[in-house]
Write a protein that binds this ligand. Sequence first.
Ligand code: MN
Length: 135
Amino acid sequence: MIAALTTENRLATILIVEDSPDNMKLFSTLLTFRGHRVVQLPGGDGLMAALEQARPDLILMDIQLPGQDGFALLQEIRASAHRDRPVVALTAHAMSGDRERAIAAGFIGYITKPIDIRTFPAEVEAALPAQESSP
Ligand code: MN
């Protein structure tokens, strides 16, 4: 928490896959306010193109999406050239089983919605890979 408040915060490119416009706006605002570059995607369409173009340091993946859900999209990422990108699940609080399932599926972590705006940026930053940003 304290580390996230220092000026040594690493700026990252973060891809957010989220179908709720309100959530997308909130997450994007909080992360861009911290100086991060945010790329927005409302669902799985265009996921591979977004990964190619944005080369995100981290992906925030909503689990509940129309069409392919977050689990299916994670499998797609893991089967692609972008398999090593860290992916954090965004799970709805009401869906209690989602959290355990998310970790078992290979997400490196999960953030429960509704988020706590005071802790969200630090939670995201804690999931960033230690060094090496992509070009
Ligand atoms: Mn959703």
